[in-house]
Design a protein around this ligand. Structure first.
Ligand code: SAH
Ligand code: SF4
Length: 360
């Protein structure tokens, strides 16, 4: 559990709250206010006795992060900058995906699908050479409550109905598996039917490849989706891009993935950040197919998003398409990720702790 000054009401599962609050039906009432009505103050909780409200205010704060900046992208994505209680900031992004579905009569209908990309740490220890988040070094892990509050704040701010389904991707700032205990508890609280009810199949963790923790996560069998930031097919280049590859090389990651329980209808996603002249050859595509042989895999190609000061370059569109077609033609499902929110730097790898005054 977090230190006292870091504790908030969002750190607790319903079962824990039932232990803490007597009579225990109060726990369910509080939970309902938090996760179905997005209450941001105990004063709003009409059916809770004043005495209990005062006690809760004192012990378990609700209002633990402030929206200090909000930017809307042309494609509808909204990037949030949250200020935490210790003054540090993290970002989260609400992505709007237009989905085409068939209705009962077979007509195509468009529906909006929400996905929220949330952060795991202030900064990151992994130190990938292509990633902006890495530049500020590592500051600290987010608490369980800070994971939860990112989603609650975004649902509240956008008035997203409590019964509207939502996907979560753990692809914001930091490495989720380096914050293992808090991250896995958050996954479980998110999925509680009495709370936010975000099915674990709709939650995807992205990791830079902490093989020992992928194994541990697999053993917990939470039923969530796995995405591996692979980015290279040989250890030499991968170690240049992701220094942690020296500790957990490609073979160790593949072994951990093979042991991971995957829903038969789902696949493990391999993210492949494409950098011009580094990993965009057909030779690399060929090796990728060999590497992923025997895994229920799909590949997501990501354009490297350049930022001032980097020597890496965005790949050519024609090379991305060639790479994608090579994989698809050989039966390995591959898509090119749309860079959502690029105009507001909300795309992957563009998340970086900013000054709390919000200057970008
Ligand atoms: N730490 C985790 C999750 C956060 S990063 C991980 O690395 O998987 C989310 C994704 O953004 C990763 O696939 C990461 O490799 C990618 N990314 C980082 N920097 C990027 C950049 N400059 N351009 C495009 N994608 C980037
Ligand atoms: Fe950390 Fe992921 Fe960025 Fe690498 S890409 S430094 S693991 S946030």
């Amino acid at each position: 559990m977090a230190k006292f000054e870091e504790i908030s009401i969002y750190d607790y599962s319903l079962d824990e709250l039932k232990e803490m609050l007597k009579p225990s039906f109060r726990a369910k009432q509080v939970y309902n206010w938090l996760y179905k009505k997005y209450a941001n103050s105990y004063d709003d909780m009409k059916n809770i006795p004043n005495e209990l409200k005062e006690e809760l205010k004192e012990k378990y704060p609700i209002d633990i992060m402030q929206i200090v900046k909000k930017e809307q992208s042309r494609d509808g994505s909204i990037k949030y900058l949250f200020k935490l209680r210790d003054g540090h900031t993290v970002e989260a992004v609400l992505l709007l995906m237009k989905k085409k579905k068939k209705d009962e009569d077979g007509n195509i209908v468009r529906s909006e699908q929400y996905t929220v990309c949330i952060s795991s740490q202030v900064g990151c220890k992994v130190g990938c050479t292509f990633c902006l988040t890495a530049k500020g070094g590592f500051v600290r892990n987010l608490t369980v409550g800070e994971y939860i509050a990112q989603i609650v704040n975004i649902k509240r701010d956008n008035e997203i109905p409590e019964n509207k389904s939502l996907n979560i991707v753990y692809m914001g700032m930091g490495e989720p598996l380096d914050n293992f205990e808090n991250f896995t508890k958050a996954v479980q609280i998110f999925s509680d039917e009495e709370g936010l009810a975000i099915n674990r199949r709709r939650q995807t963790v992205s990791t830079s490849g902490v093989a020992s923790k992928i194994k541990k996560l697999g053993e917990k069998d939470l039923g969530m989706q796995l995405a591996i930031s692979l980015h290279a097919v040989d250890d030499e280049l991968r170690s240049e891009l992701i220094p942690m590859n020296k500790a957990y090389n490609i073979a160790s990651i593949i072994e951990a993935v093979k042991a991971f329980p995957v829903d038969t209808r789902k696949k493990v996603m391999f993210e492949y950040l494409v950098i011009k002249g580094k990993n965009d050859s057909i030779e690399a595509a060929r090796k990728l197919i060999t590497l992923l042989n025997g895994i229920q895999a799909k590949v997501n190609l990501i354009y490297f998003n350049p930022y001032p000061g980097t020597t890496y370059q965005r790949p050519e569109e024609k090379d991305m398409i060639k790479f994608k077609d090579y994989l698809n033609d050989r039966g390995l499902i591959c898509t090119i990720r749309e860079s959502k929110g690029l105009d507001i730097s909300a795309a992957c790898g563009q998340l970086k702790e900013k000054e709390a005054n919000g200057n970008t």
